[in-house]
Design a protein. Structure first.
Length: 302
């Protein structure tokens, strides 16, 4: 839908801006044999890998897939394993597609920029540079080529050769970047075409379904926030003796030292029975303890 396109566009723009800042402040080719390749590939691949992992981690569908369990109600019917596998594959492809937006943008922009590729591949260029001794050894040639990304390390007689090598490598890098963009665009287009062809829904029905899923999630999030707030309010009121936000509080409850200790500490989830959990120490205390203790009267008009 439009929301997905807008979100992907924002991710791509942020990635481009981050790449430019990252390159400006951090990238400095070592211009040394054996180190250029590692350094260039590290700047190309490691940020892309990090962005991929972050893309998976920030997608709610990832955690639904990881934590999802088969409903007990489904055990009564014969499960359709093929349909279940297709659903998992569809969700994985959807998650992966969203997660790949940032790393592919990073790789495309860095390849079009060319600096990382020039640094990584300079010593492997097969070229007879001008003004060089034809009897120079292969190791010496690699050492000279490895220094080409750093203009201050290149002798004046090799300036023309350096410019030629840099232009060649930038050409290769930019062509690779545009090819990557073309392959991704074609792949995305064909994927949408195939998904539409095999979809059981018509175009308008699919738009309605997308709108329904979006609205259902919005309403569910709103209900979750309100429900959890009301539920937590019951436990807070039991502990303190009044509802937060009340204008006319006639009395407040003074918790005992034992009660303060009971709700303090670290806790995540505590299983109560087969179907219910206590969500916090205060929740656990409120369900177990009866309402008693010391109460203090307050004035209605302060």
């Amino acid at each position: 839908g439009k929301e997905v396109i807008i979100a992907n566009a924002i991710i791509a723009i942020l990635t481009i801006g981050g790449q430019q800042l990252f390159s400006f402040f951090t990238f400095s080719c070592p211009c040394h044999v054996g180190q250029n390749l590692i350094y260039g590939l590290a700047f190309l691949g490691v940020p892309a890998l990090i962005l991929l992992v972050v893309g998976y981690a920030l997608n709610n569908q990832t955690w639904r897939l990881v934590t999802g369990k088969r409903s007990p109600l489904q055990k009564e019917t014969t499960p359709n394993q093929l349909l279940h596998c297709k659903l998992i594959c569809f969700v994985l492809c959807s998650i992966t597609g969203r997660a790949l937006v940032a790393p592919i943008t990073w790789l495309a922009v860095t390849l079009i920029n060319g600096s990382y590729y020039v640094c990584a591949m300079s010593e492997y260029v097969s070229v007879h540079y001008y003004g060089a001794d034809p009897n120079v050894t292969a190791n010496e040639r690699r050492r000279i080529l490895a220094a080409f990304p750093c203009s201050q390390l290149v002798p004046p007689e090799l300036t023309r050769a350096r410019d030629e090598v840099i232009l060649l490598l930038r050409y290769q890098s930019q062509v690779a970047g545009w090819l990557l963009i073309a392959v991704v665009v074609i792949t995305v287009f064909l994927s949408y075409c195939l998904a539409s062809c095999f979809s059981p829904l018509s175009f308008l029905h699919f738009r309605y379904w997308s709108s329904y899923v979006y609205n259902e999630q919005e309403l569910f999030d709103e209900a979750t926030d309100q429900h959890s707030r009301l539920y937590a309010m019951q436990h807070v009121r039991k502990f303190f003796g009044f509802v937060p936000g009340s204008e006319n509080v006639k009395e407040i409850r003074i918790p005992s030292l034992r009660e303060w200790q009971a709700i303090s500490g670290l806790a995540f989830l505590k299983r109560v029975d087969e179907e219910h959990y206590d969500y916090s120490l205060l929740h656990d205390w409120a369900l177990k303890e009866s309402v008693n203790g010391k109460f203090l009267k307050t004035d209605e008009d302060p």
